[in-house]
Design a protein around this ligand. Sequence first.
Ligand code: SAH
Length: 366
Amino acid sequence: MSQPPGQLTFVAPRRAKPARHLADLSMADRRAAVTELGEKAFRADQLSRHYFERLTSDVGSMTDLPAASRETLSALLPELLTPVREMATDGGTTRKTLWRLFDGALVESVLMRYPDRVTMCVSSQAGCGMNCPFCATGQAGLTRNMSTAEIVEQVVSGARALAAGEVPGGPGRVSNVVFMGMGEPLANYKQVIGAVRRLVEPAPQGLGISARGVTVSTVGLVPAIGKLADEGLPVTLALSLHAPDDELRDTLVPINTRWKVAEVLDAAWAYAARTKRRVSIEYALIKDINDQEWRADLLGKLVKNKLVHVNLIPLNPTPGSKWTASRPEDERAFVRRLQFHGVAVTVRDTRGREIDGACGQLAAAE
Ligand code: SAH
């Protein structure tokens, strides 16, 4: 299902919905759901503790529940993700998992353990409708939106592996979640906000991950950025800019034909003002396409004196793409130009390239 260049898909095809899961529901809705099943409301709290604290979906191990209740309540813990394949690199500290969803749709998530943190990179849609030509996910088109619980389950699965000591470095916890896997999170707004809430709500309501550790990355859906600012969830916003001028950005990030660089940057600054969170500008450096010093200069002028951090990503190779990463000297010059303007800038230490698990490489094929 490859997309013609520049075509955007906002509305996901209508498909059967995944089963309702505990993680789709707020605490109040969980109590209501449990009552509907003929169980006492407090069973929702017990179930939540098992799922969000003990990280288990196995009702057989829930010994504080009567046997008959276990059976009934298992309806709220359907298996949503089936692992198809796991690939690891960096001595086991970077792990990509390919998942099959109930309807056969495929998505991927990536766990990255660093000395001081563990980041889960999750998918929010099967495929993506935003059609950025340098991104493998964008080339496949949009299959469907993921449910809140399908998103949360990716994090729970990583948390489980860490808690069980399956990731080198000893038992650990997920400290960061980035919505930088497959999909455009803000095009699946409602389900993504539900997932963010489940991630940051304290246990046993949710996983208790700090909102500061959660990053939502977007191509720049301007109205949705405004909505996100109003949610009262101080998550980090990452904006995939990739070009400082409309002429080039129209081709690299086709959403730019809808909302221009100036508009999307205004939305980002409003987000920063509202949340007091530094906005991250993502910029994949593509050899001889967007890595000229004059573009660094233009970018520097656009973002200087703002609450911002520029994250440069050496372009990762994707199938069929003619583009490659910038020459090291051009990358250095780009960094220097930004620094000249006093802009905070880092070059992303990209992980997972060996397993097609790096930025822009998730394509989820068997
Ligand atoms: N749709 C959202 C979430 C995906 S995040 C977004 O675009 O922000 C994935 C990040 O990796 C985005 O910044 C994306 O532009 C970037 N990316 C995509 N393809 C890439 C590639 N081949 N090399 C490096 N970065 C890439």
